[in-house]
Design a protein around this ligand. Structure first.
Ligand code: ADP
Ligand code: NI
Length: 219
């Protein structure tokens, strides 16, 4: 199968899986991650085959996750079967599988995992879409979809108290900035990703400072 045909097959699959996604992990998020991942692949000097693998991993990075699919086992089977259909060899399939199942922030809370270069690029692209103006929009959109409060008197959790198990427990959207979004800049893998993350993080800090000025003091 030609690489273009392989990409089209994976795109169709991901579009179908995410058709009803309304928490900010929809196909528009996937398209933005693909865009950033391809830009980072150029900056990192990847060859055509590696860039193709980055594209495939970016498309699939959210579909083997219980936050977007209800039947995880079925999603795993489908993804593994598609990776074979589009002609990836065993090492390539293992690389993509390891990348997409380990790049999430939540999964890295308990055990930090070393990702392949391809995984690192997709992880950076995913993180870029979680920060800056788009990141602020997505955080409030997610909080609204899940019924979370905007702010709370409970302080944000820190590295010692936040685990993969309690990460999804209800918190306020503003706490999520302190529990995750402001930390992403320091976790970026690539130089060009880090430069973009720095700008976007400053924008979030300015936003949070303005929000702080507007809100009455917590009592
Ligand atoms: P990961 O797949 O890296 O573990 P998350 O589960 O944190 O990612 O979800 C990805 C995006 O969803 C976040 O970057 C953010 O935009 C949004 N999100 C997740 N959890 C929350 C939350 N508790 N409050 C606000 N937004 C959230
Ligand atoms: Ni994502």
């Amino acid at each position: 199968m030609q690489t273009e045909e392989g990409i089209a097959l994976i795109e169709d699959y991901v579009m179908t899986v995410l058709a009803c996604e309304r928490t900010g992990h929809d196909y528009a998020h996937i398209s933005r991650v693909v865009y950033h991942a391809k830009q980072l692949a150029v900056a990192e000097g990847l060859n055509a085959r590696e860039t193709f693998l980055v594209h495939v991993a970016a498309l699939l990075h959210d579909v083997v996750d219980d936050k977007v699919v209800s039947d995880l086992k079925q999603a795993e089977c489908e993804v593994l079967s598609h990776l074979e259909t589009i002609g990836l060899d065993l090492a390539e399939r293992e690389n993509i599988w390891h990348s997409i199942t380990h790049l999430s922030y939540r999964k890295q809370l308990d055990h930090s995992q070393v990702l392949s270069h391809i995984g690192q690029i997709v992880q950076d692209a995913d993180r870029l879409d979680a920060i800056g103006a788009i990141g602020i929009a997505r955080a409030f959109y997610y909080g609204g979809a899940k019924g979370h409060a905007l702010t709370s008197i409970t302080p944000p959790r820190n590295k010692a108290t936040l685990t993969a198990a309690n990460y999804r427990e209800e918190t306020s959207v503003v706490n999520h900035f302190h529990e995750k979004l402001l930390h992403l800049e320091g976790l970026m893998n690539t130089l060009s990703g880090k430069a973009l993350a720095r700008q976007r993080t400053q924008f979030m800090r300015d936003y949070l400072a303005q929000l702080d000025q507007e809100l009455p003091p917590l009592t």
